[in-house]
Design a binder for this molecule. Structure first.
Ligand SMILES: Nc1nc2c(c(=O)[nH]1)N[C@H]1C(S)=C(S)[C@@H](COP(=O)(O)O)O[C@H]1N2
Ligand SMILES: [Mo]
Length: 240
């Protein structure tokens, strides 16, 4: 399943969003007061494509903004915590200051969604995921990671070997500014060599697991190993 699943148009987006709100597409009578109210609430949601609802808010700049829950969750920098749990010696609860105290890494890479859009030369900054893992101390039986978002729904995964690459960040800056709410701030994952869906927004928890636990889009047919240019049947140029 790749770009052939792309389906533009507001009606699809509405149906999916209503489904997620538990109302059920079949029972919805368009034009009803309920639908009108929902449309006002969901006004920023413009379309559905192959990896989610695209909110075409002006602040998005060069990107499309995705949120599978149909809204943009919000957590202030002051109240933000990143939990590191599971098969670790020392479970952690890191503040944004804790993350910034780790060796900062800045990368400039193209950002590539599996549906085909690409933003060239995006600067990212954050702590190496490897450094976060070392701070917690991964137990010998830990071989994979499960990432959870504070949107309450999105999950992702990496093997430990993938996670320890020098181009995988727990990112707090995007385009040399704090990661915005829309882009998954205060802190999101950034997996440079893989398609965008691996880069979990609104990152709340990293659980070390024995085996890979498939994430949101993997459960819906996308490849677990999401290398740009050699997964999901795509032939994109690899990132530089
Ligand atoms: N929590 C969460 N993370 C997510 C998504 C999402 O819907 N929810 N979408 C993924 C996909 S498919 C892409 S391409 C990128 C898009 O990042 P952006 O919204 O900052 O452009 O976020 C990824 N991370
Ligand atoms: Mo995506």
């Amino acid at each position: 399943m790749a770009d052939d699943t792309t389906s533009g148009g507001t009606p699809v987006g509405r149906r999916v969003v209503l489904g997620m709100l538990g109302l059920g597409a079949a029972g919805v009578v368009w034009g009803s007061k309920v639908a009108d109210a929902l449309n006002r609430v969901l006004a920023p949601v413009q379309a559905m494509d192959g990896t989610g609802l695209t909110s075409l808010i002006p602040a998005a700049g060069r990107f499309r903004i995705y949120s599978v829950v149909g809204f943009l969750p919000r957590r202030s920098a002051a109240e933000y915590r990143l939990k590191v749990t599971g098969l670790v010696e020392r479970p952690l609860e890191l503040t944004l200051a804790d993350l910034k105290a780790m060796n900062p890494v800045r990368l400039v890479r193209d950002f590539q969604c599996v549906t085909g859009w690409r933003v060239p030369e995006v600067p990212w900054k954050g702590a190496l995921l490897a450094d976060v893992l070392d701070a917690a101390g991964v137990k010998p039986e830990g071989r994979a990671l499960s990432f959870k978002s504070f949107d309450g729904s999105y999950t992702e995964s990496l093997t430990l070997d993938q996670a320890r690459r020098p181009d995988v960040l727990v990112a707090y800056e995007l385009e040399d500014k704090p990661v915005t709410d829309a882009h998954g701030g205060p802190v999101r994952l950034y997996v440079a060599p893989m398609y965008g869906y691996k880069s979990c927004k609104w990152l709340e928890e990293i659980e070390v697991t024995a085996d890979v636990v498939e994430g949101y889009w993997e459960e819906r047919g996308y490849d677990t190993d999401a290398w740009i240019g050699r997964s999901n049947g795509r032939r994109d140029d690899p990132v530089g």
